[in-house]
Design a protein. Structure first.
Lengths: 886, 105
């Protein structure tokens, strides 16, 4: 222990101890000299004898130093200095290596940031393994990964299932506009059931949190602020507790502030305000939170101690009929409940991004491997130039071990500098991904804690170290095998070895490049298919204007529907507008509801059709969207009057309901209303999503009094932004009770829907091209060195009569062989790996020869291009000069 | 030379002969070992540094009888204690080895 302190102190007294050492050694030598002179030697002889007797002075000093301080630290500093000097001497190498690594490590860190934030994070509870999401099989309407919503009565009933649940909480996100004195910011408000905060075992930073009693009907409306919102909106004013705040929907009293590290039940979103579910506002007055027909709460459960997920899920599924029977008015759909792991909370991103992120993670790992191979290759190439330096170093007494260490430190320095650049790059890339994903999201932006997250930094550091080890160790070891000879001839064997190593590295790079490029070609094709898919209507030049009531509390004032009818008429007369029509839900808006219809058969039986979209549309809807009308007629103005109920169906429905028959004139029934008659047949449409298979759709007529909001579709000529402004103005004047909640062209809606595919295609293309670029640089470097090393040989060949074409064949042959070998390894791997991508692709078959040809074409052409310059150089070798040069 | 062995040789040398410079210690070592231990004189420096850092010996610059400058090392109080402990331990071990070697099996 004492020695550790002394050694530490010695680090700072280096010069003084160094002087003392020299003085002491000199004194010792003098004494020895005296001794030898006393024995009758001459001055000169005595000095030499003293030296001999003393031993290697420098070595002794080194050993001495080892004892007096932490030698490894000193050595590290020395090595770092040497590395710095060495890199300064070859800025070209350093820059190439650093940029290569910045991309490789940066891509890795960016994707890991997402993986860490979305796939690995868990709810801040002591027992995340006991938290489950409650899911249900309903009659369609949900993607496989999305969390279904449940009515409040269902929540209450599920919470009573104490056989499996210790507790159940419900969460419903909402965006409110907070009304402050000087500003009206939007806040992310989560409606939560009474035991929400006790579920997370959270204690307040200020005041108190929501309790069961706050969530009972008739109790005062209260809310809890998030710490960040408290700081941002109220400047951390402690007097906020007890004050009332007003949003566009509710007036609530603030009772407390949640702790700073509490972000809520959704890990990819920072909630601003939590309010009990009594603050619920229905779409129509009279719809309170207890209304059984509204499914709006997402549920998380905590399993009973010792209960397993599978057993609980099975039990719940079996109990579903009883649960549904006790729910007041199960309405139109019956649920079969089941459970899945809920340790990640109610966030929707884990489900959505699970496969894309793992695939990107795989891709960036390959990119990093390519970067490693590239760096190793660069280092090996450098070894050749530095043979002499190593030989000298070894000759003057550096240990081979120390030489390896010095070279490794050099690599490490490059990697660390590259790593720092990578962090900046990574944060940019992560921001890009978050921005694109947020844009698509309806329930508010996608938020993620960006670095410095300790896990991310740790990961980046680990990747750096691993990179240095993979790329740096072999070249360093090879360098240490340098012979003492100074000429290239002496190191011919080592040179040959290195060449084989470099060739293998190129083959590996080409193979990895094939895999990445192939994947990116698939994603690009998939994106193209999505962007050009036939939707069943025209996506071009149609503006979709979504309107909601400006004041959700006012409904059904007499005369208003006429205002909307008037609005439509005036919109149709606008210059540049070709056609306009209303629908309750426009195309590609999502939010589709699936219902059931009854088809009366001639034999008296009734067939029930499930999973049918029902949409109310007005006259000229199909004309506006340019959906082909196959039989019958469109809705007319007269259909909107109360009279004979009429519907229009699409082909998918007709095929299911009346296979092989003409649907026009057939009756169709639903649970709410009596029968209706089919008056028209239209082509199938992708109504909610580009990826969906054509679903059966029943179009009902848009009755005048139905309107509580909806979408006006406008087909136009001219610029969309101009029309958008004109229409917004028109809504403000002609229908002041409504406001435009969203307005965009159908093309823009489609682009939002496929934004995830865009991210995948963009990033995979980026990674693919990056790896190919790195590989081509590697080929260029290798062939250049190869040509330089063979100058003599080529000179001899030319002088004995080799043709230009033979020399070209000689050099290009080498490049072609390497690329060919790489493709031979890479292509089968790419085909096997691509089966994993199938779920993410849209109408793309991996085995399509076009993809294979495209991938191979890019690599072969690139390979030849990379080898072209060195080849040119080879053909210009003049035999005389070549022979003179050695 | 085994690390530690050298320590055990330097400490008694200083204990019996008083303050000595490195050269003196090295010479003494050669005499005692009757040149059995062939070592470069420089080799004892690391041992000296170690012992000084442990505060078992102490170095001070002085003059030799020939008026040459040299660093003289002397044993400290701690060093004395250490020597006793080491000697005891050494006796124990060597006794054990002796016993192991001579005992019939």
């Amino acid at each position: 222990m004492r020695r550790v302190l002394v050694k530490l102190a010695a680090l700072f007294r280096r010069r003084r101890s160094e002087e003392a050492l020299s003085r002491e050694v000199a004194a010792h030598l003098t004494l020895l000299e005296d001794e030898f002179r006393g024995q009758g030697m001459s001055e000169q002889e005595a000095r030499l004898a003293a030296r001999r007797s003393y031993g290697n002075v420098e070595l002794t000093k080194e050993l001495h130093r080892d004892e007096w301080r932490f030698a490894w630290f000193e050595a590290l500093v020395q090595d770092l200095r040497a590395a710095w000097r060495s890199l300064r001497k070859s800025p070209g190498f350093a820059a190439t290596a650093i940029v290569t690594l910045a991309f490789g490590i940066g891509a890795n860190t960016a994707i890991f940031t997402m993986v860490n934030g979305v796939l690995l994070k868990e709810l801040p509870v002591a027992d995340p393994e006991r938290i489950v999401r409650i899911k249900a099989d309903v009659l369609g309407g949900l993607g496989p990964d999305e969390m279904p919503a449940f009515s409040y009565p269902r929540f209450e009933e599920l919470r009573r299932q104490e056989t499996v649940f210790q507790d159940v909480i419900g969460v419903a996100p909402r965006l409110d506009t907070l009304e402050l004195d000087d500003e009206q910011p939007q806040v992310k408000l989560d409606l939560v059931t009474g035991s929400f905060f006790s579920f997370f075992d959270t204690s307040p930073a200020l005041g108190r949190l929501i309790e069961e009693s706050d969530d009972e009907d008739g109790s005062e409306l209260v809310c809890v602020l998030a710490y960040s919102a408290w700081q941002r909106l109220f400047r951390g004013d402690p007097a906020i507790v007890g004050r009332r705040i007003k949003t566009d929907k509710v007036l609530m009293r603030v009772i407390g502030v949640a702790p700073a590290d509490f972000i809520g039940a959704d890990l990819q979103k920072q909630t601003d305000v939590w309010a009990p579910t009594t603050a619920f506002v229905g779409p129509v007055p009279g719809f309170n939170r207890n209304f059984p027909g509204l499914q709006w709460l997402r549920l998380l459960g905590r399993l009973q101690e010792g209960a397993t997920l599978d057993a609980s899920s099975a039990w719940l599924r079996d109990a579903s009929p009883q649960i549904e029977a006790s729910v007041a008015r199960p309405e139109l759909q019956e649920f079969a409940y089941w459970l899945e792991d809920g340790s990640a909370g109610v966030g929707e991103w884990r489900g959505k991004l699970n496969s894309p992120l793992w695939i990107l993670m795989g891709a960036v790992t390959l990119v990093l491997l390519v970067a490693c191979a590239n760096l190793a290759n660069l280092l090996l190439a450098r070894m050749r130039d530095r043979t002499q330096e190593f030989a000298v170093k070894l000759a003057v007494g550096i240990g081979r071990e120390r030489l390896v260490r010095q070279l490794f430190v050099e690599t490490l320095l490059v990697v660390v500098v590259g790593g720092v650049a990578a962090l900046a790059l990574a944060s940019g890339m992560t921001r890009y991904m978050l921005a694109v994903y947020s844009e698509r999201n309806r329930s508010g932006p996608f938020e993620l804690e960006l670095p410095p997250d300790p896990a991310v930094l740790l990961y980046a550091g680990g990747v750096c170290l691993l990179t240095a080890l993979i790329a740096g160790l072999y070249p360093a070891w090879r360098a240490s095998q340098t012979g003492f000879g100074l000429g290239p001839a002496m190191n011919a064997a080592a040179e040959l070895n290195r060449k084989w190593a470099r060739r293998s590295l190129i083959v590996v790079q080409v193979a990895l490049g094939v895999v990445l490029l192939f994947g990116s070609v698939l994603f690009a094709r998939s994106l193209r298919n999505l962007a050009t898919a036939d939707l069943g209507y025209s996506a071009e030049r149609i503006l979709s204007v979504q309107m909601v009531r400006a004041n959700p509390f006012s409904h059904g004032k007499a005369g208003e529907p006429l205002a909307l009818a008037d609005l439509l008429e005036r919109a149709r007369e606008l210059p540049g507008v070709a056609s306009a029509a209303y629908a309750t839900i426009g195309v590609l808006e999502g939010n589709m509801a699936l219902t059931q219809f009854q088809v009366p058969r001639p034999d008296g039986e009734t067939v029930t059709l499930t999973d049918v979209y029902a949409i109310n549309v007005g006259p000229k809807y199909f004309e506006t969207l340019q959906t082909p009308l196959l039989r019958g007629r469109e809705f007319g103005e007269s259909d909107q009057d109360d009279g004979q109920a009429v519907v229009i169906v699409n082909e998918a429905l007709a095929k299911k309901a009346w296979p092989g028959e003409d649907p026009v004139g057939k009756p169709l029934g639903s649970r709410w209303s009596g029968g209706a008659q089919v008056v028209g047949l239209v082509a199938d449409s992708k109504y909610a999503d580009v990826r969906e298979d054509a679903l059966p759709i029943v179009y009902r007529v848009f009755k005048r009094l139905d309107l509580i909001g909806g979408t006006m579709q406008v087909r136009f000529r001219g610029p969309a932004t101009e029309l958008d402004r004109v229409i917004r103005d028109l809504v403000a004047t002609a229908a002041p009770d409504f406001r435009v909640s969203d307005s965009s062209t159908i093309e823009a809606l489609r682009d939002k829907l496929i934004s995830q595919d865009r991210v995948l295609a963009f990033l995979s293309a980026l990674f693919g091209l990056l790896s190919v670029r790195l590989t081509l640089v590697g080929i260029y470097g290798l062939i250049s060195y190869s040509v330089a090393g063979r100058t003599h040989e080529i000179g001899v060949r030319v002088s004995v009569g080799a043709q230009r074409s033979q020399i070209v064949g000689l050099v290009l042959g080498e490049a072609a062989a390497l690329v060919g070998l790489g493709i031979g390894v890479g292509l089968p791997s790419a085909l096997i790996l691509s089966t994993w991508l199938e779920s993410l692709l849209f109408e793309v078959a991996p085995w399509d020869p076009l993809h294979i040809a495209l991938t191979l074409g890019i690599l072969l052409l690139g390979g030849i291009a990379a080898a072209y310059l060195p080849t040119l150089r080879a053909t210009r070798i003049h035999p005389l000069e070549a022979l003179k040069c050695d | 030379v085994l690390q530690g062995t050298l320590d055990l040789i330097i400490l008694p040398t200083l204990a019996t002969m008083g303050a000595q410079h490195a050269y003196g210690i090295a010479t003494r070592l050669q005499q005692v070992s009757e040149d059995v231990v062939k070592l470069n004189q420089g080799t004892i420096y690391p041992a000296l540094v170690r012992l000084e850092q442990e505060d078992w010996i102490k170095g001070a610059w002085g003059k030799t009888e020939n008026n040459r400058e040299a660093k003289f090392y002397s044993i400290t109080k701690n060093g004395g204690k250490q020597l006793e402990a080491e000697t005891a331990r050494w006796r124990e071990i060597s006794g054990l080895i002796e016993k192991l070697l001579t005992e019939e099996w």
